[in-house]
Design a binder for this molecule. Structure first.
Ligand SMILES: O=C(O)CCC(=O)C(=O)O
Ligand SMILES: [Fe+2]
Length: 627
């Protein structure tokens, strides 16, 4: 095991961009030091996707092949990252998970009862035999009983209901035929966070109401081709889908698309994974029992079935997502099992705050426009989320919200985020009025990247950058980097670290991607724990000598290769020796000090693939890493 507690303020060395099959990785290199020397804050980052000033400075190099190559690479990456960031800043969908409360059940309304004129749904006496209790796996009988009550699902085409199994293969039930117990009432107190989240993300200026719409069941081969939901109310701005686990299922991903960007909600894997784990567990228990019996162990009482913790957990979780009404969505075929969802119409009430740009049309396109014009601050909403996450307060009224918000905004880091937000808006302005813009950011996206790298990684030594990246939903890893070829930076004769002139840096930058393509991130498995590292080829030599025992048993097949494009150079910072302590266990316990690099790796999903996941995580990472 290998342990470093590091202060980001002292760490910054190098930053690069890696393109990995389906992902882009933005990488920031760190040096790990116990000496607390300063090596942060590049004044001369080679990551220059931004200002006119920097472009002018580089213009003399523009003729060189290296520059052209670098520029093309950069443009591609800027576009890819930018597209992702665009999405992060004005999301069209959001989702999450919540627990199923006790007493969550579905009751079918008897058709006879429903017809009685005066009976409202609440007054309807629900027959007990028609109730289905959630929170555990449905038995085959229960599943069949439910299916017997459903009808072939239709969809609207030119406002007319249609049934066509080539377009939609599902069963459903309209809201007039069923009701949910109070525990599942989307507008109840416990479920409120879902609605509140939707409000914050999708319609920040409004309150939200959700109206029960339909129950859908997709069994094996069930699907629903791409469609947009028919607006069912003038104020309907979107749809909320709850997925209630009743069976282990595979497939059935819900894919939401807006302007070519896809977000995939794959709810199957959680449920089926836990069930697989559960059956493995069962197998193990059986084996144990067998051994136990042979050794005279305790005999289990037959019929005393114990539901495993995992299984109970998974059937106690509701996945949900919401999206704007103008987003196309589809349900991919269910490969096995049964996928139950309940849909709600999302209605905007309000507006809560009257914004100057108030528009009656609340959809993904409109909000995208607002966000691009800087009229909706994504950060206000993110701050509120953060408050909640940090559990400073469970906010119950406006006054408390304001007080908590004030306290929160006084924090230095949050002020930085405000700075970031300003930079974003500056970029927006620059984009809209390129001639007026003093800063001359090339465009909105470039500005964001510039802000991320310069403001947060370079000036703040990384910590805030990491927080911010996490905040906007990017996957961030901090990786040890083994055996970066030090001959690149050390003078062969004197052993001193080379300083490189500006012109040389270009060559160096060109060299980096080639050099780096020999690097890879290796995922290692050790007693169920995963350890990640960015490894260079030299590591292999060490492996074969067997001196790095913690890596020696990993097959090359588990390695992934990456193509790197470095974003900044490490030269300016390489004067500081970097080291890390690791414990080694031989005949005697000892501590080894190694010289390594470390990197912040930011995973930026590709837009071309459908594996772009939901976003909106915030976690303030504790900067003690490598457990
Ligand atoms: O079941 C789902 O996940 C969504 C169903 C849907 O898109 C619809 O009912 O319009
Ligand atoms: Fe739909």
């Amino acid at each position: 095991m290998f342990c470093v507690v590091a202060n980001f303020g002292f760490l910054l060395i190098l930053c690069c961009l890696i393109e990995v099959c389906d992902y882009f990785h933005l990488i920031l290199f760190l040096g790990l030091s116990r000496k607390n020397k300063f090596f942060g804050g590049s004044q001369d980052s080679s990551f220059q996707y931004g200002s006119e000033k920097k472009q002018k400075e580089t213009s003399s190099r523009e003729g060189t092949k290296e520059f052209q190559k670098k520029k093309t690479n950069n443009d591609t990456h800027v576009n890819a990252i930018g597209k992702y960031l665009d999405h992060l800043l004005h999301p069209f969908t959001c989702g999450g998970k919540c627990s199923i409360l006790p007493d969550s059940y579905l009751s079918l309304i008897d058709k006879g009862e429903r017809k009685s004129e005066s009976a409202t749904r609440k007054e309807t006496v629900v027959k007990k035999s028609h109730s289905f209790i959630f929170g555990s796996e449905f038995s085959a009988t229960e599943l069949q009983q439910l299916k017997d009550q459903l009808e072939v699902a239709s969809y609207a085409f030119k406002n007319e209901p249609q049934k066509n199994l080539d377009y939609r293969n599902a069963l459903n039930l309209g809201n007039e035929h069923f009701c949910l117990s109070h525990a599942l009432d989307i507008n109840n107190e416990q479920m409120y966070p879902i609605i509140d989240w939707i409000r914050r993300i999708l319609v920040p200026m409004h309150n939200v109401n959700a109206q029960l719409y339909k129950l859908n069941l997709y069994s094996e081969n069930g699907f629903f081709k791409g469609h947009v939901d028919t607006p069912r109310d003038g104020k309907m701005f979107g749809t909320l889908v709850l997925c209630i686990p009743i069976d282990s299922f595979q497939g059935g991903e819900l894919v939401v698309t807006h302007n070519g960007t896809k977000v995939v909600y794959d709810w199957a894997s959680d449920i089926s994974k836990a069930v697989v784990e559960q059956s493995n567990q069962k197998r193990k228990e059986k084996k144990k029992k067998k051994i136990g019996l042979e050794l005279g162990g305790k005999k289990e009482v037959p019929g005393n079935t114990v539901v495993s913790k995992e299984k109970r957990q998974v059937y106690n979780e509701i996945h949900w997502c919401a999206f704007y009404g103008d987003c196309t969505h589809e349900i991919l075929p269910v490969k096995s099992g049964n996928r139950l969802t309940i849909t709600f119409n999302l209605i905007a009430i309000g507006p809560k705050i009257v914004p100057e740009h108030r528009s009656d049309k609340m959809d993904a396109n409109n909000y995208e426009q607002f966000a691009k014009q800087g009229k909706v601050s994504p950060f206000y909403e993110l701050q509120l989320q953060t408050l909640e996450m940090m559990q400073l307060k469970s906010i119950t009224n406006k006054k408390e919200e304001q007080a908590a918000l004030d306290k929160f905004t006084q924090q230095k880091e949050i002020q930085k985020i405000h700075e970031f937000s300003k930079i974003v808006h500056l970029g927006v302005e620059a984009k809209n009025n390129p001639s007026k813009s003093e800063n001359g950011f090339e465009n909105f996206r470039n500005c964001l990247i510039q802000a991320l790298v310069d403001e947060f990684f370079l000036s703040d030594g990384g910590k805030l950058g990491v927080c911010l990246c996490k905040e906007i939903g990017l996957e961030v890893n901090i990786l040890p980097v083994y055996y970066v070829d030090r001959s690149d930076i050390e003078d062969e004769e004197t052993g001193e670290i080379k300083t490189i002139s500006e012109n040389d840096q270009l060559i160096q930058l060109k060299k980096f991607p080639e050099h780096a393509s020999d690097q890879y991130i290796q995922r290692t498995e050790d007693d169920d724990e995963f350890r990640y590292g960015l490894y260079v080829d030299e590591e292999q030599k060490i492996n074969s000598e067997g001196t790095k025992s913690h890596n020696s048993d990993f097959s090359p097949a588990s390695r992934q290769r990456y193509h790197l494009l470095w974003c900044n150079d490490r030269i300016n910072h390489a004067k500081v020796q970097t080291e890390v302590a690791s414990a080694s266990y031989g005949n005697e316990f000892s501590i080894d000090a190694e010289y390594v690099w470390a990197a912040i790796v930011i995973k930026i999903p590709s837009f071309e693939k459908e594996n772009v996941r939901g976003i909106f995580g915030w976690s303030l990472i504790n900067i003690s890493f490598y457990p």
